[in-house]
Design a protein around this ligand. Structure first.
Ligand code: SF4
Length: 550
């Protein structure tokens, strides 16, 4: 029998073997250096120091505790210094890999980016980031080569357009994933835009929620295709219809990948749109108060949810934080495949939305500026970013779609990509990320080129997620081919860049983690041959209607 202890209001909760640093149970002394740093000074205070001290005095003036800790709350990480290969990653302390340049993330939070916002994002890339810009699978725009001296000017430029980098990283409520087609899709269940806006307005940048045990990822979709990968977020709201009350959201908690992957637990409740911000606050409070702070490796919400289970989590949420009961309802049926919205689709107002694919999310400042021009020229409303490193253009007149397609293709984006370009993602990798063991973006780009030549026609989608280390930022475990970067032996016994293979992972109806095949380790150089061989065998041997994951 599991022994219990009582929570703040007397709710019985499972007892852990030892104190896990849970504030609500009295473990308030910082138990590791990250916790100590957050206790020493609220990370949000670093904003003033960046504006008033560091940007004026330069990189050398930055307090190391700010540089490697609190800067993240402002969306800033030092990028990897050039010249260190993957073998060095494990041997050096993180700070030894620091460059004097930063990676910066700008949140979109599922919101519509108007032409003015797209242009501002493009200008930041062109003026301050050596024309870099990536679309991340958290719906951020990510830059590289940022100098500390330029951060105030960048923030001013972004602020004029209503954009920000607040809590884009750090132990905080990070960027939200919203449905890219919220409010405009003809087949939408419910538009959750107002709820995400309200959560952001109330809670992002609030010191009450700026010291969490670790990162806290939010997703919300009212689209039946579950287009925000809700299984892999700490808290997800998923559109569903109650037979009496109408459209609302189910609540899923405790999803996350990385080294101990767990799919989110579905609470099976119905939450009306107007209650979403309060319920979100209840969940983040549980995480803040009961989350494990002793070990960083166990500090994500998923570990708490795994220990408590669905019923205890719901009871604590209802009794201690909401002080009312939630309405029960079976969780919504999952779609066979989560939509990435690539292609041309009907809106609810007679216009079209057009999902376009960059290659592995890599664009540039000038691509964004060019996109702002195209969006304006065609009178479209703007863009939204997707959880698949893609872009959806909203509000294209039906009779202009062909001309529009030609115009976006001229700037390197297309609504009709190959399977490989459409379904391949890659994380930042060794080019800029200090945790990386292998190169990812360029490797994945080359892989797409190889596969487009070797297997140009494919009648079933096959997904490829390329990751530079076990952290799974590009969702290693939920792709048909999930590649986790590590050093492997080549045929001559040399240690070279390569990948551990995870095969047959998925989100949606058949959501599961890909099988980690210990024998399947592939060198980076052999990646194209490996995927070609496996896919060719599948195509030759499959039965009618068999999907790759089957
Ligand atoms: Fe960096 Fe690893 Fe995340 Fe890739 S998966 S971005 S290498 S931390």
């Amino acid at each position: 029998m599991v022994s219990t202890q009582t929570g703040k209001n007397g709710t019985p909760i499972p007892r852990t073997k030892r104190g896990e640093g849970q504030w609500a149970l009295g473990y308030t002394e910082p138990l590791n250096k990250n916790e100590q740093s957050k206790r020493d000074d609220n990370p949000l205070n670093v904003r003033d120091r960046i504006l008033n001290i560091y940007s004026k005095r330069g990189f050398a003036s930055i307090d190391p505790a700010d540089l490697r800790g609190r800067f993240r709350w402002m969306g800033l990480y030092t990028q990897r210094a050039p010249g260190f290969d993957g073998g060095k990653t494990a041997m050096l302390e993180e700070e030894e890999l620091d460059d004097e340049f930063f990676m910066m993330r700008v949140r979109s939070d599922g919101a519509l980016l108007t032409p003015a916002k797209i242009r501002a994002l493009g200008q930041v890339g062109e003026r301050y980031a050596r024309d870099t810009a990536d679309v991340t699978d958290r719906e951020n725009i990510q830059y590289h080569w940022i100098r500390i001296e330029d951060v105030p000017a960048i923030w001013e430029l972004l602020d004029e357009s209503g954009l920000d980098t607040m809590e884009a990283c750090g132990d905080s409520p990070r960027a939200f994933l919203g449905s890219p087609v919220a409010g405009i899709a003809a087949d939408e269940i419910i538009d959750g835009t107002s709820a995400l806006e309200e959560i952001k307005r109330r809670y992002v940048g609030d010191p009450e929620y700026s010291n969490l045990p670790r990162k806290f990822k939010t997703a919300l979709t009212g689209h039946p295709s579950h287009d925000t990968t809700p299984e892999t977020n700490d808290v997800s709201f998923v559109g569903t219809v109650h037979p009496e009350h109408g459209p609302g959201f189910d609540l899923w908690v405790g999803g996350g990948l990385s080294t101990n992957p767990m799919l989110a637990t579905k609470l099976g409740v119905w939450i009306p749109l107007e209650d979403v911000p309060d319920v979100w606050e209840g969940v983040i409070k549980i995480f803040r108060d009961y989350g494990y702070r002793r070990l960083r490796s166990r500090a994500r919400l998923k570990f708490l949810v795994a220990d408590w289970g669905r019923d205890v989590f719901r009871e604590v949420l209802e009794k201690e934080y909401l002080e009312r009961e939630l309405v029960s309802l079976d969780s919504p049926e999952a779609p066979k495949r989560q939509a990435d919205h690539i292609g041309v689709f009907d809106q609810n107002d007679g216009r079209k939305y057009v999902g376009v694919a960059p290659t592995v999310g890599r664009i540039s400042g000038s691509t964004l500026t060019g996109l702002a021009d195209v969006v304006e020229r065609f009178g479209a409303d703007g863009i939204r970013l997707t959880a698949y490193q893609k872009i959806v253009v909203i509000g294209v007149d039906a009779d202009k779609v062909e001309d529009f397609t030609e115009a976006v293709e001229e700037i390197g984006l297309t609504p009709r990509p190959s399977n490989w370009r459409q379904n391949t993602m890659a994380c930042t990798g060794i080019e800029y990320c200090k945790l990386a063991i292998v190169e990812t973006k360029q490797r994945a780009k080359d892989l797409i080129g190889e596969l487009e030549e070797r297997i140009p026609e494919l009648d079933v989608p096959i997904t490829v997620n390329v990751n530079g280390c076990p952290n799974a930022c590009a969702r290693t475990q939920v792709a048909d081919f999930g590649f986790k970067g590590q050093l492997v032996m080549d045929a001559d016994g040399n240690q070279v860049e390569g990948f551990q293979v995870h095969l047959g992972g998925a989100t949606g109806l058949d959501s599961n983690f890909g099988r980690k095949l210990r024998a399947h380790k592939v060198t980076s150089a052999d990646l194209g041959d490996y995927v070609t061989n496996v896919v060719t065998s599948f195509l030759e041997d499959r039965e009618d209607g068999e999907a790759f994951a089957d």
